[in-house]
Design a protein around this ligand. Structure first.
Ligand SMILES: Cc1cc2nc3c(=O)[nH]c(=O)nc-3n(C[C@H](O)[C@H](O)[C@H](O)COP(=O)(O)OP(=O)(O)OC[C@H]3O[C@@H](n4cnc5c(N)ncnc54)[C@H](O)[C@@H]3O)c2cc1C
Ligand code: SF4
Length: 511
């Protein structure tokens, strides 16, 4: 009997994929835990354990449905630790006459598998993951011939195309964008909803990962692993979001507080990125909750959420496939500074930064505004090399896969793409951080002080950034105003700010 080997990557755990509609004895599914995947960046221990646990649960699910599965664990003696070596060996061991895989979401793996197939003497075929709203090339076609890649227009086109929150060809309620109703600071006495955490026992898997000696960062409690590792848990998390968090999602989308680590965010990026759940069902669940409770859940909360999934997520993927591999080399500001060592330990006196870093090390998670306006903001102001930052963001977060990590980090956060993703760099002084959070009051540094002892580093670094990059930024219509303020400042004040910034940059490890 002819045999087909079908490869499933660790982020291809889509049980609704058409591959699984029929059970076929001539098909052998292969899944593998390999060092080439654990080692391309120093990953958070929870990310490694979480992906392997989800892969193992998925393999067990397929077996329970009578599919044939071959699973190579990380310390398996027959594991050659790379995709190509394992596949070549298995094709031969099982006398396979055909090799199939789903298109990877990472450029690196796309090339690797395409090149592998070119060397094979048997037939091979690659197909869709059947997960996203858009194809890899859809964004490129949509913006073909245009100078700018505006997320808002892509988002609106997708809402129309997929009839999401639409009435005919007009947006339901007549308005596309509710950003101005959202993004409020958390009131001081407001107690955010505690996150739903799971209690997965993954100690034996954790011990296997430790035995393999792959380098990891962060901490874990393997007897009480909090992240969803099955489709059912992912659906439970989605339910929890829809019922408990959606009513305040938009309002506190940009709020930050040391009191709670995920606020009203969904924390479903991990489940979605490994495809345990699909973006279509995530949106459908949120919409159905809003339909059930229209007086309790305002439309701006729902639109704010739908925009993240059908807008930003699909847009970032489209940019990735349109701009790679060049995208990974872009460094618009020519930033060269190394990442401060405290990014890996959380040991800094800046309260906002230490909270974002320590939370990331503890949970492998930070919400969007912590990634963008705290760690990303600091890194951009400090001129950190985007390669080092990409490595950090790619390793530390549960949901970090290059297609969505690099477009957010190098693009949205660092403006290293010169304005493909964002129309201006996301930088701020202490004023914005204080406006959106409760950090400054208990910080070693003083939010209102710009120079001298205990001056908040964000203040001088902010003006230093604009000063150093005047040639590149002054003509940007969205930031020209900042240059008017800078130019009107007294020269001795400007000089004092630049001296202060220099001092902080030269002593960055001590911050
Ligand atoms: C520097 C930086 C790095 C990032 N790296 C990643 C990454 O590696 N992986 C990742 O999935 N997201 C990344 N993001 C985007 C965003 O921060 C995360 O998707 C979000 O924090 C995940 O948490 P959540 O599920 O609670 O999101 P929620 O706030 O509940 O949002 C719902 C969903 O919308 C999607 N979404 C929201 N914002 C974005 C965005 N900017 N781009 C793409 N999808 C978005 C996510 O799928 C998310 O699960 C990054 C953002 C920044 C600024
Ligand atoms: S004072 Fe500055 S460093 Fe401290 S929490 Fe506020 S913004 Fe962050």
């Amino acid at each position: 009997m002819s045999k087909t080997l079908r490869l499933l990557l660790g982020d291809q755990l889509n049980s609704n994929h058409s591959w699984f509609k029929t059970v076929d004895d001539s098909i052998l599914y292969v899944m593998m835990e390999i060092r080439s995947e654990t080692d391309y960046a120093p990953h958070h221990i929870q990310k490694v354990v979480g992906i392997f646990a989800a892969m193992r649960a998925f393999a067990a699910h397929l077996e329970a449905k009578n599919h044939q599965v071959l699973y190579l664990t990380i310390n398996d003696k027959d594991n050659f630790q790379t995709f190509d070596k394992n596949i070549i060996q298995l094709l031969s061991a099982y006398n396979c006459t055909r090799f199939e895989y789903q298109w990877p979401d990472e450029y690196r793996l796309d090339i690797l598998l395409r090149e592998l197939c070119e060397t094979l003497t048997i037939e091979s075929r690659a197909g869709d993951t059947e997960h996203f709203f858009t194809s890899r090339t859809e964004l490129g076609s949509f913006f073909d011939g245009k100078k700018t890649f505006l997320m808002e227009s892509f988002y609106r086109a997708l809402r129309k195309k997929h009839h999401v929150l639409m009435e005919g060809d007009q947006p339901l309620t007549g308005q596309w964008n509710y950003d101005s109703d959202n993004r409020k600071k958390l009131p001081k006495d407001h107690k955010p909803t505690p996150p739903l955490c799971f209690h997965n026992e993954v100690t034996s898997l954790y011990n296997e990962v430790i035995k393999s000696q792959c380098k990891t960062i962060g901490t874990i409690d393997p007897s009480d692993f909090i992240w969803p590792i099955t489709r059912q848990q992912s659906l439970d998390l989605l339910d929890f979001f829809a019922t408990e968090c959606l009513p305040l999602f938009g309002t506190y989308q940009d709020a930050m507080t040391p009191k709670e680590w995920s606020l009203y965010h969904s924390r479903i990026s991990f489940s979605m990125n490994i495809k345990l759940i699909a973006p279509q069902e995530v949106i459908a669940r949120a919409i159905s909750e809003w339909e059930k409770r229209p007086t309790e859940i305002e439309f701006n909360q729902l639109e704010g959420f739908v925009r993240q999934i059908i807008g930003w997520r699909e847009y970032m993927r489209g940019i990735y496939w349109n701009k790679m591999p060049t995208y990974a080399t872009l460094n618009f500001f020519n930033h060269q500074a190394p990442l401060p060592s405290w990014f890996w330990t959380g040991k800094t006196k800046m309260h906002c930064v230490s909270d974002a870093l320590n939370q990331s090390l503890q949970y492998a998670y930070a919400h969007h505004i912590q990634r963008l306006m705290i760690t990303g903001n600091f890194a951009l102001l400090a001129g950190i090399h985007p390669d080092q930052l990409d490595e950090w963001y790619l390793g530390i977060y549960m949901d970090a896969f290059e297609w969505v990590e690099i477009t957010n980090t190098r693009g949205m956060s660092q403006f290293a793409d010169g304005g493909i993703v964002g129309t201006k760099p996301y930088v701020s002084s202490a004023a914005y951080i204080d406006k959106m959070s409760h950090y400054c009051g208990s910080c070693y540094y003083k939010k209102n002080v710009k120079t001298g002892d205990k001056a908040c580093p964000f203040n001088s670094l902010y003006w230093n950034f604009y000063d150093k990059n005047e040639q590149k930024l002054a003509s940007n219509p969205r930031i020209g105003m900042m240059y008017n303020v800078w130019r009107k400042m007294k020269s001795q004040d400007k000089e004092a700010l630049l001296i202060q910034a220099d001092f902080y940059l030269n002593n960055i490890e001590e911050l």
